[in-house]
Design a protein around this ligand. Structure first.
Ligand code: ZN
Ligand code: ZN
Length: 303
């Protein structure tokens, strides 16, 4: 099962140094989810060979332009490419108003249905679910209402041991029941316990996307133990006052959240345009949480 994230944009408010504003494409076994949609997102998708047609769900963390200025472009391209199947957009109530107002004044009637799912910042809640994964909102601490998103894989079925299929002549129609935990009864009435036929499924994986935010420990319980955490680190530690004023985090703050939440890996991004060279940002993070990587355009992270 593929569960991977491609970085499309890694910068903060201003595009600079060949870095684009925030956007990531999450591929879960062929199903596409876009996390934020900064300016240039669809161009970045083309550059990294991500097919727009695979995309049915767009998550917008908040209504600052560096997180949604690419949305109108991608929605328009879908229309020009004769998209017919619905597109789901998750975000604050204002995003629906902005999008619908634009298409009203452009006198454009879309060929496909836009379905908005409103998130709020009173508490985190389940915003998407299918048979394989769920997505919860994460309440962040920024200048305007902002939510991150937590993708959790559901526990998969048990794995059947192939040699047992032959040994006990297990019919095809019994396999799905055994994968769900059932024992098997042979033709001559012998009961074979499930534990002899199967082994545990792989542990479910998880990815937390947290941008933009000041340092806040209120998210720790929710993200504890995730395999990969993306957390913004807009500023170096020496610019911590600027971080506090603007509702952002420093390197050390992002890494401290990763450490306290005991996550597997930290990816940092949303870099201030003031830094052309990111090596100092990375080393400051690694001082606190060694397994840190930079969000770099085109980089694919397997969860
Ligand atoms: Zn931002
Ligand atoms: Zn912001």
């Amino acid at each position: 099962m593929h569960f991977e994230v491609t970085i499309l944009g890694s910068n903060g408010a201003i595009p600079a140094h060949n870095r684009y504003p925030t956007s990531q494409f999450l591929n879960y076994n062929g199903q596409g989810f876009l996390l934020d949609c900064g300016e240039g997102t669809q161009l970045q998708m083309s550059k990294y060979n991500i097919k727009r047609g695979k995309l049915d769900h767009i998550f917008i963390t908040h209504i600052h332009g560096d997180h949604f200025f690419g949305l109108m472009g991608i929605l328009t391209s879908f229309n020009l490419n004769y998209r017919e199947h619905p597109l789901h957009i998750y975000g604050y109530v204002g995003i629906e108003e902005i999008v619908r107002t634009y298409f009203k004044h452009a006198q454009t009637v879309l060929r496909y249905e836009l379905i908005f799912h409103t998130v709020t910042d009173d508490r985190s809640r389940l915003v998407f679910e299918n048979s394989a994964i769920s997505v919860e909102s994460i309440i962040l601490k920024h200048r305007i209402p902002t939510t991150g998103f937590l993708f959790r894989e559901k526990s998969g079925p048990r794995k059947i041991l192939p040699e047992k299929l032959d040994q006990y002549q297990i019919p095809v129609q019994e396999i799905s029941k055994i994968k769900m935990g059932a024992d098997f009864v042979t033709a001559d009435g012998m009961s074979i316990p499930n534990s002899e036929l199967t082994h545990d499924p792989s542990p479910p994986r998880s990815y937390a996307f947290c941008t933009d935010t000041s340092y806040t420990e209120t998210i720790l319980d929710q993200i504890r133990g995730v395999d990969v955490l993306y957390h913004e680190a807009t500023f170096l530690h020496e610019h911590r006052e600027r971080a506090a004023e603007t509702g952002h985090s420093t390197t050390r703050e992002a890494a401290t959240i990763a450490l306290k939440a005991n996550v597997g890996k930290l990816i940092v991004g949303h870099f201030s345009a003031r830094y052309e060279d990111l090596s100092e940002l990375l080393s400051e993070c690694k001082d606190v949480f060694p397994d840190t990587e930079l969000a770099i355009e085109g980089h694919l992270f397997s969860i």
